[in-house]
Design a protein. Structure first.
Length: 226
């Protein structure tokens, strides 16, 4: 009797396709923060709750894909990439979805308001973090071609360039974060201390979203160096 592999049933024979799909879901989770922050800024908590639920659904989907990969990724892949390295990359991808859920959860739970003067900068900051995650997805989507070419040739240079662009986007996000922190510092005396504390936490977590996306690129870069 032939036994089927759940991973093969879902994604075919290549273990790389589900890696790419997991990253796509993780980035989709982060993308929802655009609508979530719009709802927060508009003080529309009904809409914010709807978006936060969607974030939770996507984060759960990413978790399910991660668990399936961990359980069914073959012990021997006959690929120029160690199984442990793929699992480490998977963990880093998953952290993007987790952080998006963290951000929406704390803001919804406390019904946090953003000072008027910070609204547009925060929108830009969130978009910058999402753009960094999207760039990481572009790089991950080259993984299959990288493996087929043995991490060499033109494809290698393409991915190296994508990672350079990813690093540049993360640095841009860092610069925006510094500016937003400076704006909040000027407003501290006008706000309740506990509100200031949680605003700093949200700022930190949005910046961390970009950092986690860059970490995916850094892990991919390590694979290139092997």
């Amino acid at each position: 009797m032939a036994f089927s592999n759940p991973l093969s049933n879902m994604f075919g024979q290549s273990p790389i396709k589900p890696m790419e799909q997991h990253m796509a879901v993780a980035v989709d989770t982060a993308r929802q923060l655009t609508n979530f922050f719009d709802a927060v800024i508009n003080n529309n908590w009904t809409q914010a709750e709807k978006v936060q639920k969607q974030i939770g659904i996507l984060e759960n989907e990413a978790d399910a894909l991660k668990k399936t990969l961990r359980l069914h990724l073959p012990k021997s892949l006959f690929l120029p990439v160690p199984r442990g390295d793929l699992l480490e990359l998977l963990t880093m991808q998953d952290k993007i979805a987790n952080r998006a859920k963290d951000i929406s959860g704390i803001m919804l739970g406390r019904q946090m308001s953003i000072p008027k003067i910070m609204e547009e900068p925060m929108r830009g900051f969130v978009q910058s973090a999402i753009a960094t995650a999207e760039q990481a997805l572009v790089a991950i989507n080259e993984l299959h071609d990288l493996l087929e070419t043995g991490f060499s040739g033109r494809e290698l240079h393409i991915v190296e360039k994508l990672i350079e662009e990813l690093d540049a986007l993360e640095k841009t996000s860092d610069g925006i974060e510094i500016s937003i922190r400076a704006s909040l510092f000027k407003l501290e005396t006008e706000l309740a201390p506990v509100d200031v504390m949680f605003l700093y936490k949200v700022i930190d977590w949005v910046g961390d979203l970009a950092d986690r996306a860059q970490a995916v690129g850094s892990r991919l870069q390590l694979l290139l160096a092997r």
